[in-house]
Design a protein around this ligand. Structure first.
Ligand SMILES: [Zn+2]
Length: 353
């Protein structure tokens, strides 16, 4: 199967994408199964760096290492100074950077979560991307926007189309009047960096769902010509904090994931509430991960998994109709999940967090 042709504003074609060490070499046999033979399903985690420090991060990764999980740990590159929005360490802290580099050596992927914990101008974003490359040896392969950052890409009302977008804009004005205007994709904005994303980053986080198996909600990867600064959007399983995380990994859900040979990419914040006040891991988290580890899944970082998805299912350009369906499903899913788990946590939006 040959790789599909993408037209991300002509910046980069799939055939010329960097071939990472985990990428299936061109010409190699691929199958409709996403993960290699011998595994029952595929699983990854995108760890949004919000609130993560050296006090609550290492315990989580020690457990992941012991159980054989390699995941994607996102970072902020720059010190936000006194005007941060969420809190958490950045690569500007030498000891923290050393720990993140160690995680990379251990096989975890380092992802991008914008330049820092507040909005950054184009110049700041460019400098942060260059610093990222210097720290980790290559540009980020995947990333996700941080909730309140003005440089978020196609966030807020721009995430959905047509009438839905107008409704979203109206609802946001009424319910969240303090939310910033997002403009990372607008060339006239000081926060514009869409072209830098298109040049450097392969995968960007799109819609998230309460489902565990992402194959049940539509294509895991897609390209959107009307949101073309993102080369490929990926869907994720919405698990912003421990409660949802545990619900997505309930044994009956894992049974189904295993039986159907599914694919799960959990989006979570390990810095939030996975470690208790005494600095110990929450026992339910340890139990859930131990159960998962014993099930014979393919436990790899997000970009490794997405490379395999791309080789297997491609990265379709969605028609207007299919896109509308995905948006509709996402909005219904959000309403259902919020009615169950309560409203959005201030700093942890379901889209751009
Ligand atoms: Zn965040």
């Amino acid at each position: 199967m040959t790789l599909p042709f993408l037209r991300p504003l002509g910046f980069r074609h799939l055939s010329t994408w960097r071939v990472g060490e985990h990428m299936t070499p061109k010409g190699q046999e691929t199958s409709s199964r996403i993960f290699p033979p011998g595994y029952k399903f595929a699983f990854s985690i995108f760890d949004d760096t919000d609130r993560t420090t050296l006090h609550n991060g290492p315990q989580v990764y020690q457990l992941l290492n012991e159980l054989g999980f390699a995941i994607t740990k996102s970072v902020w590159v720059d010190d936000p100074g006194p005007h941060f929005t969420t809190g958490g360490s950045t690569c500007a802290e030498p000891a923290y950077l050393d720990w993140v580099l160690e995680l990379q050596t251990q096989g975890h992927e380092i992802g991008y979560h914008n330049a820092t914990d507040h909005s950054s101008t184009r110049e700041q974003t460019l400098a942060a991307l260059e610093a990222f490359e210097k720290h980790f040896g290559h540009p980020p392969r995947c990333g996700a926007d941080h909730a309140a950052n003005a440089e978020a890409l196609y966030a807020g009302a721009a995430r959905v189309s047509g009438v839905s977008s107008a409704a979203y804009r109206f609802a946001q004005k009424m319910l969240q009047p303090d939310r910033p205007q997002f403009s990372g994709e607008d060339p006239t904005s000081p926060y514009f960096w869409g072209d830098l994303c298109a040049e450097r980053i392969d995968y960007w986080r799109g819609f998230s769902f309460a489902e565990t198996d992402l194959r049940s909600v539509g294509p895991i990867l897609h390209h959107d010509p009307s949101r073309a600064y993102v080369n490929a959007w990926f869907t994720s399983s919405h698990a912003p904090r421990l409660e949802q995380f545990l619900q997505r990994l309930r044994p009956d859900r894992l049974d189904r994931l295993e039986e159907s040979g599914g694919v799960c990419i959990l989006y979570t914040h390990f810095g939030l509430d996975f470690v208790g006040e005494r600095g110990r891991l929450e026992p339910e988290f340890v139990t859930a991960m131990t159960d998962l580890a014993a099930r014979g899944g393919w436990y790899v970082p997000v970009s490794t998994l997405l490379d395999a998805v791309r080789n297997s299912d491609g990265c379709p350009s969605l028609s207007v109709r299919k896109r509308a369906k995905l948006e509709r499903n996402w909005m219904i899913d959000r309403v259902r999940d919020r009615s169950r788990f309560g409203p959005r946590v201030a700093t942890h939006d379901q889209n751009a967090s």
